[in-house]
Design a protein around this ligand. Structure first.
Ligand code: GDP
Ligand code: MG
Length: 312
């Protein structure tokens, strides 16, 4: 997918947030030509209602007030530019080089609660890696529902990649172990491990995830190279509470934020960067296989603030 197509996807995915947030900002700004405290208070409210979160909103608004004073701005129109710059500043850049081990496979574990989009994300990631010319293997380590296997198989077929599955009820660690061992012997580049979001046994989910990690490390000591925590943008601030549970237990290295297309509160991206101190690595902007986009803060704010009706 070309850069322009990516931009278009992200822009479309953010259309609800643009309507809610950017239109609101434009109205606030056009309603008053001179910058004053009241105007900045209204912008603060708009940020909070877009789920930017209290911490990040305070920082952004504080910086804007300071810049208005120091740089002597008077016309309200400049606020749109300041806001765009300040939002970008508080988004964590996700573009750091991925920490691949000395030899393939690169092992990526996908974790998160039920229904956030883990399995869908595994399918989309498989498609992305495969398009990059990588040989991919999916491990079906959500062994607690028979339907989970079928769903993942459909995604593997769509992405055109191999999958390792076992009977429902098999130990998820065993599936992960088999997959990583197979990948190592076949010279596979990337292993994507799908996991359960809830267990039907008495086993604690966090303990199960730790166990998958330990088992994988028996094959490749530095694996998993990445652990992506999948969060559903629609659940907003509640997702942040969930996230904290996973961070330590699962050794999360980055966030995949799904369903941005389904919310008007896309400001949650900023809240995540600020409150979890973890980069958002990918954003999900639809249910299609090509709807998982690498997150990059410049593209994100450009798409967010681009004009509603321009077709760029
Ligand atoms: P899991 O339980 O975490 O594995 O979640 P699933 O992958 O089964 O996804 C749950 C639902 O979320 C499915 O209906 C997906 O189509 C939907 N979904 C996942 N990602 C996105 C996204 O980025 N946008 C939209 N609109 N729906 C998504
Ligand atoms: Mg699933």
């Amino acid at each position: 997918m070309g850069l322009l197509d990516r931009f278009k996807k992200i822009k479309e995915g953010l259309s609800r947030t643009r309507t809610n947030f950017v239109d609101k900002i434009s109205k606030i700004i056009t309603g008053k030509t001179k910058i004053d405290d009241e105007l900045i208070d209204e912008i603060e409210e708009a940020l909070l209602s877009a789920d930017v979160g209290f911490t990040a909103t305070e920082k952004i608004v504080g910086d804007i007030r300071a810049r208005v004073k120091a740089e002597g701005y008077e016309d309200s129109g400049v606020l749109r530019v300041l806001l765009k710059e300040e939002i970008a500043k508080y988004l964590m850049e996700a573009n750091g080089a991925e920490q691949a081990g000395p030899a393939p496979p690169h092992v990526v574990m996908i974790v998160g609660v039920n229904g956030v989009g883990k399995t869908t994300t595994v399918g989309k990631l498989a498609f992305n890696y495969s398009n990059d010319g990588k040989k991919v293997l999916i491990a079906a380590a959500d062994t607690f529902r028979a339907a989970a296997n079928e769903q993942l198989k459909i995604w593997a077929d769509r992405a055109g990649v191999d999958i390792v599955q076992q009977q429902p009820g098999t130990d998820p660690g065993a599936v992960a172990y088999d997959a990583v061992s197979a990948a190592k012997s076949r010279g596979t580049d990337v292993v994507l491990i799908d996991t359960a979001g809830r267990l039907h046994t008495k086993t604690n989910l966090m303990e199960e995830l730790k166990k998958i990690r330990r088992v994988v490390q028996k094959v490749i000591p530095e694996a998993p190279h990445e652990v992506f925590l999948v969060l559903d943008a629609v659940t907003g601030q509640n997702g942040l509470v969930q996230a904290r549970q996973f961070l330590e237990a699962a050794g999360v290295t980055g966030i995949v934020l799904t369903k941005l297309d389904g919310t008007a509160k896309g400001g949650i991206v900023v809240a995540i960067s600020q409150e979890l101190s973890l980069p958002v690595k990918y954003i999900g902007v639809g249910e299609g296989i090509d709807d998982l986009q690498p997150f990059d803060r410049k593209t994100f704010v450009d798409a967010l603030f681009s004009d509603q009706d321009s077709h760029d």
